[in-house]
Design a protein around this ligand. Structure first.
Ligand code: FES
Length: 147
């Protein structure tokens, strides 16, 4: 199974469940059911417990995620400064709605609440890089750099 090396890294210790899931998420970009079943079997933790953890933390995804993560801030400051228009612009450029992943798994688009730079709002991030109210042309250029 492709995740055994991750489980082995933590000697299949049940106390390492969250760290194992974090590593799986990082490597696969999501937590497929067959992988969670393998983690369950190897750690001796019920699948139910694993799903409790996986659904508690926003960092984990139970559906495939794109290679590039786009997040548009819809916190209060960004909202009043035009976050919805920015979100619409991003959706048009990448062709997906918030919460979605493109069919080629190139992009995932999410909304977030305040990323800590309200004065630059409306803001978004692309793979962790901050962009302040990018135009359509700027967004298209950023997308060109994403494989
Ligand atoms: S509300 Fe968007 S950065 Fe704070």
């Amino acid at each position: 199974m492709p995740v055994d090396h991750i489980i082995d890294r933590y000697d299949a210790r049940r106390e390492a469940l969250v760290q194992i899931l974090l590593d799986v998420q990082k490597e696969l970009r999501w937590l497929p059911r067959n992988v969670l079943k393998r983690v369950s079997d190897r750690l001796g933790v019920t699948l139910r417990e694993i799903y409790n953890v996986a659904t508690f933390y926003k960092h984990f995804s139970l559906v495939p995620q794109g290679r590039h993560q786009m997040s548009v801030c819809v916190g209060t400051a960004c909202h009043v400064r035009g976050a919805q228009k920015l979100l619409d612009r991003v959706s048009n450029v990448v062709g997906i709605q918030a919460g979605g992943t493109s069919k080629d798994e190139r992009f995932s688009l999410h909304t977030v609440n305040c990323v800590g730079c309200c004065a630059l709002g409306p803001v978004m991030t692309v793979d962790g890089e901050y962009l302040s109210n990018p135009t359509t042309e700027e967004l298209e250029k950023v997308c060109e750099t994403c494989e």
